[in-house]
Design a protein around this ligand. Structure first.
Ligand SMILES: [Zn+2]
Ligand SMILES: [Zn+2]
Length: 142
């Protein structure tokens, strides 16, 4: 149980799959959160939490402009607006895959040979988060 402050990990541009796995575990444990905030028909993905590599806190927010669902924009013509509410189409929102690059804002040393500390924040890790834009906690509907 040592409480020594750790020096920041050196900057390394890596997209090893283990970081994606680590991010997944962080999502499960709640140390990392990914959500979609929608307003005015513009959805934004917000990923916030600890970086799986350098364990610094970061926030990544980006608009989901590229997500154009081919589900037919028939939102205005919802039939049976007085009937049962079980007609909710499964998979109305396709899963969103986000490629996140660490943006913790903490300068990481770029190694002994590289004096260029232009890496303004972030340890260089990239990982992937699959964001199921589902409003249920786990989507476990029987
Ligand atoms: Zn960091
Ligand atoms: Zn990082």
């Amino acid at each position: 149980m040592t409480q020594q402050p750790q020096p920041p990990v050196p900057y390394e541009q890596t997209s090893d799959y283990r970081w994606t796995e680590a991010a997944f575990h962080l999502l499960e444990s709640g140390s990392l959160t990914a959500s979609v905030a929608a307003s005015d028909n513009i959805s934004s993905a917000v990923v916030e939490g600890v970086c799986p590599r350098c364990v610094h806190h970061f926030t990544d927010r980006r608009p989901l402009t590229a997500v154009t669902n081919g589900l037919g924009g028939s939102r205005a013509g919802v039939p049976g607006s007085g009937g049962t509410a079980l007609v909710e189409p499964a998979g109305a929102y396709p899963p969103v895959v986000l490629d996140i690059t660490c943006s913790c804002g903490v300068p990481h040393p770029t190694g002994p040979g590289a004096a260029d500390a232009s890496a303004a924040g972030g340890c260089g890790v990239s990982f992937r988060i699959e964001l199921a834009a589902d409003h249920g906690p786990l989507g476990g509907r029987p």
